[in-house]
Design a protein around this ligand. Structure first.
Ligand SMILES: [Zn+2]
Length: 211
């Protein structure tokens, strides 16, 4: 109720088109989203699925989420991903972690906020335990060939108990898949059997994507 009153007094600005639509991501922007076509999983992943092309209003929304620190945009985008992906079959969801320095700088992990919207009663739980132990260079500044080396060994499973068998990693933007593959390597070496990924959007290589 309070939220309704506040939204009436101070209408929400859409993160996609910046209009005062009363919505974090308005219906017109949602309609302009283009589905991302199926593609073979990048090396190191057992499957990969992406909801939308990383363009236009989605780029603006993700930039505001990450650099404008508008955390609640993640909930609107996570709901869009949840609707697009449907029920997920796995033992657990794991969000791609941020290094603690980046986490402190931003105040939240956008992948974890998005992943929190994929939870469903009876569906796979969202687990922590995967940690980014090494701060990596921003992938956007690197050539595709350097991205895998940049993130290799950057992630570690830190719990004493092994991760569940079938895991779905969740991220906001997938580019080459090097980050997700490095997460998958860490999870497999800790005992996971299969690691797939879902992401909100995929860019073409060379787009200005940063972690
Ligand atoms: Zn809009």
């Amino acid at each position: 109720m309070l939220e309704h009153i506040l939204n009436w007094l101070f209408p929400e600005r859409c993160a996609g088109c910046h209009r005062l639509t009363g919505n974090l991501f308005c219906a017109a922007c949602r309609e302009r989203l283009q589905p991302f076509p199926p593609f073979p999983p990048p090396p190191g992943l057992d499957g990969a699925w992406v909801a939308f092309r990383y363009e236009g209003e989605l780029i603006r929304a993700i930039h505001q989420l990450k650099y404008g620190r508008r955390r609640r945009i993640a909930y609107a985008l996570g709901d869009l991903l949840a609707t697009a992906v449907g029920p997920l079959s796995a033992d657990a969801l794991i969000a791609v972690p941020l290094h603690r320095d980046r986490f402190r700088e931003r105040g939240f992990n956008q992948a974890a906020e998005i992943a929190s919207r994929l939870r469903r009663p009876g569906g796979p739980p969202l687990l922590d335990g995967l940690v980014r132990v090494r701060a990596t260079n921003r992938q956007a500044r690197l050539a595709a060939s350097s991205r895998a080396a940049n993130v290799a060994g950057a992630f570690v499973w830190v719990k004493r108990t092994p991760p569940p068998c079938r895991i779905i990693l969740v991220d906001d933007v997938l580019t080459t898949g090097a980050t997700l593959a490095a997460c998958a390597t860490a999870l497999r070496s800790a005992g996971a059997q299969s690691v797939s990924a879902v992401a909100l959007a995929r860019s073409l290589i060379g787009d200005s994507v940063v972690q």
